[in-house]
Structures are given as structure tokens and as C-alpha cells.
Design a protein around this ligand. Structure first.
Ligand code: GRF
Length: 189
């Protein structure tokens, strides 16, 4: 049997997508191994989740490095030591730069809470509600140097709960947790 592809999940926040992916690896719905959780926020709740699931955490805060290139080189070193083959972004609130992107061509995937190219960037659910759309959704895409601009791999629509960012976000999260593991299972294998 060939070894499972090794993934690093990058996250900065709550980490519900990280946990959904980690559980999918345990149940083998996703035939991959999360060997590292990379974060720029050591106090984020995703760190508790990683600890509970015994997944190693690598913390890199850009402000502790002399340049963004030095920061990205340090991240790459830890990815290389862990033999990471795929980078999966799950609520990582930072744009990746050329140093990392060039090291993982077509091997970096992101999930975004809108039907791209609508509502890229921060607060995508709030943007959708403010525009009065009735349907928004979830996009899984490859990462390039732009803000949520890379080639789209999968999308799923979600109905807006009119006037409620919170309820719409909850509906989006339910879809995200299913769509991300299924898409990665197909895409990575
Ligand atoms: C998700 O909505 C994801 O699409 C976006 O950031 C959010 C992260 O949520 N990129 P969580 O931290 O996984 O709960």
C-alpha cells in the first residue's frame, strides 16, 4: 500500500474546518495524513483542537522575522522537515507569498465562504448579506498570489438566511465541512 499524502493545514482562528478534515483523515474518508497544523496565531482556538487530536503545531508569526521572505523560508523549512506534500488553507488569515507558492505549484488549496469570484477577501458572508443576494455558497480553489483568485475546483450554493450573518455563517460551515473533505479526497488522490 502506498503512503498517504502528507498535508499541512494552515489556520488562524476557530478551526472547525481543520477539525472536520482531521476527523475525515481518522475515518479515512480523506485518504491523507495531517502531519502539521501551521498557525500565525498561537492563542487561536484551532491550537486547542490540534492539541486534542495530537497533531503537531508549528507557529510562525511574521512580526518575529526580519522580512516576509525570511518568514516564508522558515515556514517552508518546517514543511520540508515534516515531508509535507500539500498545503490546505482553512481560515488562514494571511496571503501566501511567492516563496511558498513557488515551492508548492498547484498543491495549495483554500476554502472560501462565497461563490467566487463574488465576495473575495474578508467578511464574505457579511458582504453577501449587504449586497442582498439570496444565494451565496462555498468555493474550494487552488491558491495563487491573488486574494481568492486561483482556479476553482468545487462550489456549492447555500441559501442566505435573510438579515442574519450568524445563521448564514452556520449554514455555510455545515456545507464547508462536507465539501472540503470530499473535494480534497478526490483532488489529492
Ligand atoms: C471558513 O468560513 C473558511 O471558508 C474561511 O474561514 C473560515 C474558517 O472557519 N476561509 P473555521 O476556523 O474553520 O471554523
Amino acid at each position: 500500500m502506498s503512503a498517504k499524502p502528507k498535508i499541512a493545514v494552515f489556520a488562524s482562528g476557530n478551526g472547525s474546518n481543520f477539525e472536520a478534515l482531521a476527523k475525515a483523515c481518522q475515518t479515512e474518508e480523506l485518504g491523507a495524513e495531517i502531519v502539521l497544523m501551521v498557525t500565525d496565531k498561537p492563542d487561536a482556538y484551532v491550537c486547542n483542537r490540534a492539541q486534542e487530536m495530537a497533531i503537531p503545531i508549528a507557529t510562525f508569526q511574521p512580526k518575529k522575522f526580519e522580512s516576509s521572505t525570511a518568514f516564508e523560508r522558515a515556514v517552508l523549512k518546517s514543511l520540508s522537515e515534516a515531508k509535507v506534500e500539500w498545503i490546505v488553507l482553512a481560515g488562514y488569515m494571511r496571503l501566501l507569498g511567492k516563496t511558498i507558492i513557488d515551492a508548492y505549484p498547484s498543491k495549495i488549496v483554500n476554502i472560501h465562504p462565497s461563490l467566487l469570484p463574488s465576495f473575495p477577501g474578508k467578511d464574505a458572508v457579511k458582504q453577501a448579506i449587504q449586497h442582498g443576494v439570496k444565494v451565496t455558497g462555498v468555493t474550494v480553489h487552488l491558491v495563487d498570489e491573488g486574494m481568492d483568485t486561483g482556479p476553482i475546483i468545487a462550489q456549492q450554493a447555500v441559501e442566505v438566511v435573510v438579515g442574519s450573518i450568524q445563521q448564514t455563517t452556520e449554514a455555510i460551515h455545515i456545507v464547508e465541512h462536507e465539501l472540503y473533505k470530499k473535494t480534497l479526497a478526490e483532488f489529492i488522490s
